[in-house]
Design a protein around this ligand. Structure first.
Ligand code: G6P
Ligand code: MG
Length: 213
């Protein structure tokens, strides 16, 4: 029986893909590395440093030290944070807000399970922080999705066993992480067609029908 829901943030509750893309693109252009939307796609759910490594697959310049890589990731993050500043509560749909409220009214515990170190900042910008009982994000993990760590921490913060949790994800890496962690996985958006997901959501509010099943 499901007692808690763990939500990925980027691509499920808010749509920050375009900001990630713009920020990585600016960094990549400066470094002279080819980067496009298709490569950006592979970065969903992947941590900042792992994302950088994927972008650097196309890099042909002299070897970069760890410090230089950290500088590049910092530069990307500065650009990304500036873009996030433009976010407002209007960036969360009424459907998402109402569904979260109704799930809570039904007694479900709600958590965030995001690889992002900017998760709390984003939740504050869109005024969604109070909708959750717990937040597990890029700041409390050492391994990013498809490792289940971020979701296992979220379940622990909620005080629930993994098998009582349903993860809602838009990325394949997240669906894999949920299954590895012993949780139910509901795919939405891109991940709605994942063969590894237990449930496929066409709309966010469908969650209200499937959790009680
Ligand atoms: C989310 C996004 C990824 C991003 C990661 C780290 O999982 O889907 O695209 O790379 O968070 O984000 P951060 O804000 O910590 O750089
Ligand atoms: Mg996502």
């Amino acid at each position: 029986k499901i007692k808690g829901l763990i939500f990925d943030l980027d691509g499920v509750l808010v749509f920050t893909d375009k900001f990630h893309y713009q920020a990585w693109k600016t960094m990549a252009d400066e470094l002279g590395v080819y980067f496009d939307e298709t490569i950006n796609h592979r970065l969903r759910g992947v941590s900042r440093m792992d994302s950088l490594e994927i972008i650097l697959e196309r890099y042909e310049g002299p070897d970069l030290s760890l410090r230089e890589k950290e500088k590049l990731a910092e530069k990307k993050n500065e650009i990304y944070r500036t873009l996030l500043e433009s976010m407002t509560p209007d960036d969360v749909t009424k459907e998402v807000r109402d569904t979260l409220t109704k799930l809570r009214e039904k007694g479900y515990k709600l958590a965030i399970g995001s690889s992002s170190k900017n998760a709390k900042f984003i939740l504050e910008k869109v005024e969604l922080k109070d909708a959750f009982d717990a937040i597990s994000d890029g700041n409390n993990i050492t391994k990013s999705k498809p490792d289940p760590e971020v979701f296992l921490k979220a379940a622990e913060y909620l005080g629930l066993p993994p098998k009582a949790c349903m993860v809602v994800e838009d990325a394949e890496a997240g669906i894999k992480a949920a299954k590895k962690g012993g949780m139910y996985a509901a795919g939405i958006g891109e991940a709605a067609k994942s063969i590894n997901a237990d449930e496929s959501l066409k709309t966010f509010s469908e969650l209200l029908d499937i959790v009680d099943k």
